[in-house]
Ligand binder design. Structure first.
Ligand SMILES: Cc1cc2nc3c(=O)[nH]c(=O)nc-3n(C[C@H](O)[C@H](O)[C@H](O)COP(=O)(O)OP(=O)(O)OC[C@H]3O[C@@H](n4cnc5c(N)ncnc54)[C@H](O)[C@@H]3O)c2cc1C
Length: 425
């Protein structure tokens, strides 16, 4: 079987690794980046805590000794299901079986101003762009022309209080308290304001009541200005306008408020549902196709336990990759073998706000805990999940160093790379 997998994220990479060196299947893994990205730690790259290479792993290295998995660095442009062909910027590839594992991108809900001026965090390069902007902003603040300009540069607005928004605003608050005053002694960081805007009435809406309350308290203790039931209407690069008419003056808006599936062209639009996800059956097969599957964030599967689809989480993506690999191998071995339906076993969720401040919810037995223990559990789990021993060691050393020095070490500006990124900023 010639299989093409589009996307080397959590789902696609898991599938390719499970099919590695297995007989009867030739795999071509395509991704627009030549590395796997560990998205849960993007915010630490953006805030100078980790180097981008610490959370990225070369895809070719995963398959060094592989006899049947090959990689192509390419952007997929179109799928032609009639001729079983994937069209990319480097040429066409034919398949017997196609797996879409293209994940999700940022959803600006059609607002072109937000798209132009706000900073998303959906790829390593976007995290680096945000890091550059944050640091550059304070350099510029030293030469602010007026009090208004200065305050605009000192204000940071984070939109969306899910795990990413909570984690990034908590880290920024810690930087404000411990790091930035040392770097910029001429600036008064009592004037720096970090706003966390959330449309619903809770931070960490998808977690337990206790985690919601605790995370909000942690954020407020750190000095974050949490504003719930607050919806952003527009942003012109200088002022955020809220739906209630209020304005917040800022040069920095971090957009952590929504995602939408990266659906390649050529997929029947009738199969694309809420959140731009592709409707699949219990075997991750795209409805209406006999040889096309979708796994991870891009897929939408309804089950009795998850009637509105699964949460878009790494663990779901990894397990869909695993189950599909099992089913593919069954089909290759013996077409009569019964296939396994995908069933998600929730192992819990967690988020960190800052030093000794994290929240964990476990489903069975139903337990919530927070504080120091949760913080260590959060760090331990992320260290286990990151790909590569070297990355694990480097992250551990970075965290260890930061724990004792209260410092984020990576605040360098590599100007040329970022020049002209955004007009008006
Ligand atoms: C900032 C952030 C924090 C997160 N934190 C957590 C967390 O703490 N816990 C958790 O469980 N989940 C977290 N998530 C969600 C988690 O990262 C996703 O659920 C997971 O990455 C989904 O895996 P995937 O394989 O479906 O997609 P991805 O991991 O996004 O991989 C998709 C891949 O497809 C490639 N691709 C897309 N389109 C094309 C194309 N046209 N051509 C070629 N290649 C293409 C991309 O380059 C990418 O490598 C977080 C996400 C973000 C953005």
């Amino acid at each position: 079987m010639r299989m093409v997998i589009i996307g080397g994220g959590f789902a696609g990479l898991q599938l390719a690794r499970r099919l590695n060196n297995k007989e009867g299947v030739e795999v071509l893994l395509i991704d627009r980046f030549n590395y796997h990205q560990f998205q849960p730690l993007f915010y630490q790259v953006a805030t100078g805590g980790l180097d981008a290479s610490n959370i990225s792993f070369p895809l070719r290295k995963v398959f060094h000794d592989s006899k049947n998995v090959r990689f192509r660095l390419a952007e997929v442009k179109n799928i032609d299901a009639n001729s079983n062909t994937v069209q990319t910027d480097i040429g066409d590839f034919e398949y017997d079986t196609l797996v879409l594992a293209t994940g999700a991108g940022t959803n600006f809900f059609g607002n072109s101003n937000l798209e132009k001026f706000a900073y998303p965090m959906k790829s390593t390069s976007e995290a680096l762009q945000l890091r550059h902007h944050l640091i550059h902003n304070f350099e510029e603040a030293l030469n602010a022309k007026s009090e208004e300009d200065l305050q605009q540069m000192m204000n940071i607005v984070v939109v969306g209080a899910g795990p990413t928004g909570v984690e990034v605003s908590g880290t920024l608050a810690e930087m404000k308290n411990k790091v930035l005053p040392k770097d910029y002694p001429e600036l008064d960081f009592n004037n720096m304001q970090i706003f966390l805007l959330e449309g619903s009435n809770h931070t960490l809406l998808n977690m337990s009541e206790k985690s919601r309350e605790q995370s909000e308290r942690y954020l407020r203790d750190l000095g974050v200005n949490v504003q719930l039931n607050t919806i952003v209407k527009d942003y012109d690069g200088r002022f955020v306008t809220l739906t209630n008419g209020e304005k917040i003056s800022t040069r920095t808006v971090i957009w952590a408020a929504g995602i939408k599936g990266n659906v390649p062209k050529g997929v029947n639009p009738e199969l694309v549902v809420r959140g731009n996800r592709i409707k699949v059956d219990r075997y991750n097969k795209v409805q209406g196709y006999y040889n096309v599957y979708a796994i991870g964030d891009i897929s939408y599967m309804e089950t009795p336990k998850y009637p509105n689809g699964h949460p878009q989480l790494a663990n779901v993506a990894i397990n869909q990759g695993k189950t599909l690999a099992e089913n593919i191998l069954k089909q290759v071995r013996n077409k009569q073998e019964a296939l396994t339906e995908f069933e998600y076993k929730d192992k819990g969720s967690m988020a960190t706000v800052g030093r000794h401040k994290a929240v964990v919810d476990m489903p069975k037995p139903k337990i919530h805990f927070g504080g120091l223990l949760a913080w260590f559990v959060w760090m331990g789990l992320h260290l286990v999940l990151i790909l590569g021993v070297k990355n694990r060691l480097q992250i551990f050393l970075n965290w260890f160093y930061k724990y004792f020095t209260f410092d984020q070490s990576l605040r360098l500006l590599f100007e040329d790379f970022y020049k002209n990124r955004k007009e008006g900023n």
